[in-house]
Design a protein around this ligand. Structure first.
Ligand code: UDX
Length: 454
């Protein structure tokens, strides 16, 4: 199959590289000449493990190429994927579809034969209809079919997710389009890696938002349970395990932390709420999730201040990990931003270390001193806060961290370290949703009530 990918962001570049690795002939198109120039030199515009090797081997094999020229890109394509950004529209949270529609128009102006136009970008329900309308207006005789094929890959695990997805969703009622899409994804079904789920186009568009919203709800649920654990002397990791072993709940996405961030959950939950609003069908659980997650990030800053004795004026706090999760340099909606702001508002001096995110972080953070490694960040600080669970923070020499610190305090917002290990290193450890030393062991109000009535 000859495939064209419009947009070389996370989704476009990874999908394009993986499709070419399946043996398809792929042309990736981007307006950004600098990006294309760098891709020609095998310099990746994003940090994603394994991507540079995948791109270079498929370029060498002659199956993958890059261009800024839409006309050359879409010529003779069997399928043209739209994988451009759909950021939150400033002010109202609606997905900004201007890039999607501009891409559709350009494709329509340049197609040379009937093909499937596929929206891979996350787009609100009904966007496919609008793309179809644009096609009908600009290229009424081209014989194009419009399908939706949402992408579920995660940053940091993008190639693995693309090649071994839980499912592939394709939304179109057109039998010919289904056949083309079936052929494109056949390499996945050959090794029984993924069920191919054909649905209507609007259904496919909604599946993507519903999946992301559900995952955001799951994370936020366990985060609130973690807060309750701290109050009642329970352990959230054991609660997660205890509920996750129930097959109906499942063990994934039950890791309590400082709140979700990234390029998808915050944006997509907002866009889904807009769709819900526009259709007079409020999604109150998603509304609550968005609010709880937003306030959680700053609350984590207050948690650090409380751990420092309620006052951080003049104190130095070392932050380990800035990106919204490990294995990415993405800082979008990262909890570290709100945490650092809260600490600085409280008068703290902030020092930070991140393995990959510093370049992206610099324009987003003011007055932060960047360190070359975790030990340098911790030197002479009053507390260390582990914000992102990068692998290199999983086996820190805690004794060395402690020796460098002014106050022996580790606030572990990802529960990377068991409390005993922290204690053994001579540090006071504070995690998320855990029984901390000195936590309440008194009789809880409800139990007391029961006793009195006995
Ligand atoms: C997400 C979806 O997983 C993916 O399917 C979709 O295509 C895009 O959005 P991504 O944003 O790359 O992917 O990262 P993900 O690994 O899902 O993590 C999102 C956020 O949730 C991170 O901030 C992470 O730290 C947080 N998270 C995740 C938790 O706090 N706890 C968990 O148990 C899981």
């Amino acid at each position: 199959m000859r495939i064209t990918m419009i947009g070389t962001g996370y989704v476009g570049l990874v999908s394009g590289a993986c499709f070419s690795d399946f043996g398809h002939e792929v042309v990736c198109v981007d307006k950004d000449a600098r990006k294309i120039e760098l891709l020609h030199q095998n310099v990746m515009p994003i940090y994603e493990p394994g991507l540079a090797d995948l791109v270079s081997s498929n370029v060498r094999a002659g199956r993958l190429s890059f261009t800024t020229d839409v006309a050359a890109g879409v010529k003779d394509a069997d399928a043209v994927f739209i994988a451009v950004g759909t950021p939150s529209r400033r002010g109202d949270g609606h997905a900004d579809l201007s890039y999607v529609f501009a891409a559709a128009r350009e494709i329509a102006e340049n197609i040379t034969k009937p093909c499937v136009i596929v929206t891979k970008s996350t787009v609100p329900v009904g966007t496919g209809d609008e793309v179809e309308r644009i096609m009908a207006e600009v290229a009424p005789n081209a014989g194009v079919m419009v399908a939706s094929n949402p992408e579920f890959l995660r940053e940091g695990a993008a190639i693995e997710d693309f090649k071994r997805p839980d499912r592939v969703v394709v939304g179109t009622d057109d039998p010919e389009a289904r056949q083309v899409m079936g052929e494109i994804y056949r390499p996945l079904s050959l090794n029984k890696a993924a069920p191919l789920l054909f649905t209507g186009r609007r259904t496919a568009e909604l599946i993507k938002y519903a999946a992301n919203a559900f995952l955001a709800v799951k994370i936020t649920f366990i985060n609130e349970i973690a807060d309750l654990c701290e109050q009642v002397g329970a352990d959230v990791q054991e609660v997660s395990r205890g509920i996750g072993l129930d097959n109906r709940i499942g063990p994934k996405f039950l890791h309590a932390g400082p709140g979700y961030g990234g390029s998808c959950f915050p944006k997509d939950t907002l866009a889904l709420l807009k769709t819900a609003d526009d259709n007079d069908t409020p999604l109150r659980i998603v509304e609550a999730t968005v609010q709880v997650n937003d306030s959680r990030k700053r609350a984590m800053g207050r948690k650090v201040i409380k751990a420092c004795g309620g006052d951080v004026r003049g104190k130095t706090v070392a932050i380990l990990g800035l990106t919204f999760k490990p294995n990415t340099d993405d800082m979008r909606d990262a909890p570290s931003i709100a945490i650092i702001q809260a600490l600085q508002d409280g008068g703290a001096k902030v020092r930070a270390y991140d393995p990959e995110g510093v370049e992206q972080a610099k324009p987003m953070l003011q007055n932060v001193e960047f360190s070359a490694n975790p030990y340098e960040a911790a030197a002479d600080a009053d507390a260390v806060v582990l914000v992102t669970e990068w692998d290199e923070f999983r086996a820190l020499d805690l004794k060395r961290i402690k020796e460098g610190l002014k106050q022996p305090l580790l606030i572990d917002l990802r529960n990377v370290y068991p409390a005993e290990e922290v204690e053994r290193a001579g540090l006071r450890g504070i995690g998320i949703g855990r029984i901390e030393p000195g936590a309440r062991t008194d009789v809880l109000p409800e139990a007391k009530h029961g006793l009195e009535n006995a």
